[in-house]
Design a binder for this molecule. Structure first.
Ligand SMILES: [Zn+2]
Length: 247
């Protein structure tokens, strides 16, 4: 059976001089492996199209236990991202996260749109990288079934008590009067976290956060993602080593 689907190539694993497996984050089937025969010889323009972190349309033969590429057409190469090492390495980190959270067969439609939106914003430098990173980390957790409960203190039910603490392990809030277990989150950071988890998709990226709250958000969302996805990301270390702090 032949199918067409859109996806972003996350990485390539060569199995010979000619052939390779492409690991592709697809619009609706999670991350799949696609056998690309002849890609090492530039067959059918495949090698140009299958550059990492490019959006492509794949025409695939879907076999019983694997996909084989018939054609790969480049849709969006995110050209500006190629000359932006900081943005590119952050995008690679996002790719590693979706590889971890969206196995083949999982419902990945909303996460796929989030991923594409973040690639677009990174390539255009349309928002501070720190903000894009936090939005992606926390929202992708929510989409993968790990949404924290940020409505109110889990013990007394107050939504506005101060100080408020975020229990990263449990994904819940606890106010100071109730014992305050977890990371202290100031009202601006909590408002940003609530926005990231609960805002509709079209408003997701529309908020601003001033220093030093943006730093606190950066740290909270990163810790939450690490805990929920149970993984340490080598690409994150690389991003930190090249991160452009000015954007
Ligand atoms: Zn309380």
């Amino acid at each position: 059976m032949h199918i067409k689907l859109k996806g972003v190539v996350l990485r390539k694993t060569a199995i010979s001089d000619h052939d390779a497996y492409l690991h592709v984050f697809t619009e609706d089937r999670g991350v799949v492996s696609v056998l690309a025969r002849g890609i090492g010889r530039g067959k059918s323009g495949m090698s140009a199209a299958a550059q990492s972190l490019s959006l492509c349309e794949f025409t695939l033969f879907a076999g019983r236990d694997r996909y084989i590429a018939n054609a790969i057409d480049l849709v969006e190469p995110f050209v500006e991202l190629r000359s932006n090492l900081s943005g590119l390495s952050l995008a690679a980190y996002f790719g590693e996260i979706v590889s971890r959270l969206f196995d083949e067969g999982t419902d990945s439609g909303q996460a796929f749109r989030l991923f594409l939106n973040c690639l677009f914003l990174l390539s255009k430098k349309a928002l501070p990288e720190r903000q894009i990173k936090s939005i992606f980390e926390l929202r992708v957790c929510a989409l993968a079934g790990f949404a924290p409960d940020l409505s109110a203190c889990r013990l007394c039910g107050s939504g506005s008590a101060q100080p408020m603490y975020f229990d990263v392990q449990e994904g819940t809030l606890q106010c100071g009067a109730c014992g305050g277990a977890g990371l202290l989150v100031n009202p601006s950071v909590l408002a940003a976290m609530r926005h990231i988890v609960y805002a509709p998709g079209e408003k997701l990226f529309r908020f601003t956060l001033s220093p030093p709250s943006d730093r606190q958000l950066y740290s909270v969302t990163e810790q939450y993602l690490m805990l929920k996805s149970e993984k340490v990301y080598p690409s994150l270390n690389f991003y930190r080593s090249v991160a452009d702090e000015s954007i």
